[in-house]
Design a binder for this molecule. Structure first.
Ligand code: SF4
Ligand code: SF4
Length: 122
């Protein structure tokens, strides 16, 4: 089985192609966008845009981008904008069941650490 993916109207979609050629449309994923990211040293960053399909945020007590990878290689999908896949900051007002419910987040430096700037302790 393989899982073609793309973006339609700003939402990620995927289709499961199973043996026998039957394709199953899966629900559109409603994951928050990474609107901007200042961490140009990250392998997933191009011109302040994140291209990781699903980042993980949080390593309490800080709202780190746990997906940050300081490397010269180029990661992610260059034609897609990054999304928040999971967040461990349960005390954030945007967090429900360890998932981010904000429409989008911004990521940047706080005390030389790469953090979610949208983090809002409840
Ligand atoms: S949001 Fe995280 S993974 Fe994406 S470019 Fe910024 S530091 Fe890298
Ligand atoms: S806004 Fe809050 S819930 Fe969303 S990624 Fe940032 S810290 Fe996590």
């Amino acid at each position: 089985m393989f899982w073609p993916r793309g973006v339609w109207r700003g939402r990620l979609w995927s289709v499961a192609v199973v043996p026998g050629g039957i394709a199953v449309n899966l629900p559109l994923m409603n994951m928050p966008l990474v609107n901007s990211c200042e961490a140009h040293a990250c392998a997933y960053n191009t011109d302040h845009s994140c291209h990781a399909l699903a980042i993980t945020v949080g390593n309490e007590p800080r709202a780190h981008c746990d997906t940050f990878f300081g490397d010269d290689s180029s990661g992610g999908d260059p034609v897609q904008t990054g999304h928040v896949g999971a967040c461990k900051m349960s005390d954030c007002e945007h967090n429900v069941h360890l998932e981010c419910q904000a429409p989008g987040i911004n990521v940047g430096y706080v005390e030389n650490q790469v953090d979610c700037l949208t983090y809002a302790p409840a």
